[in-house]
Design a protein around this ligand. Sequence first.
Ligand code: GLU
Length: 222
Amino acid sequence: MCGIVGAVAERNITAILLEGLKRLEYRGYDSAGVALFSNAGVLERRRRSGKVSELEQALAGEPLLGRLGIAHTRWATHGAPCERNAHPHFSADELAVVHNGIIENHEILRERLKGLGYVFSSDTDTEVIVHLLHHKLKDTPDLAVALKAAVKELHGAYGLAVISAKQPDRLLAARSGSPLVIGLGLGENFLASDQLALRQVTDRFMYLEEGDIAEIRRESVQ
Ligand code: GLU
């Protein structure tokens, strides 16, 4: 179980996400990644095995800019600690998810989702979450409603954060068994596994309770 950082703001958030990951390094991890809704209007990511400094170097070589994003340090439970298994995981280049915890029924969900035509690109339990959410979005256009329906089918422990290229004004989070805290800013809001990651940007926090789903926008948290 490692770390999650997320942000929705009006300024570029890449440095905030990276600094947040560094502040979560004490939790231990084997790889790190970041996904941003870029200024070009698409989801883009960089992932690296090893330290956050490797990710930082990758971003220095190939910068990513954006005002909505999620980042992750991984402690592999399902699938080797390599770049392909590092989070964020995508579905259809439209959704990105980061997850801390374990999805116990991932095998059953994976088979069902494969039957529905989803192609898996990692060995993680996490990837079922993002394809399941993509599938649920066929019944509702609302990301929060779809996330609520998706998490009902997950057995296990999760703290997770989601962004969508189709609804780029919000960051979604769900908690069951892994801690998550929202950091409240002025015209910008944040999410992390531990408030330590966010003290660089705010000193106002709101903890998610077990079973909570949060919709975090620049000006509001629901
Ligand atoms: N179970 C997930 C994986 O192996 C998440 C691990 C974590 O909490 O970092 O990718």
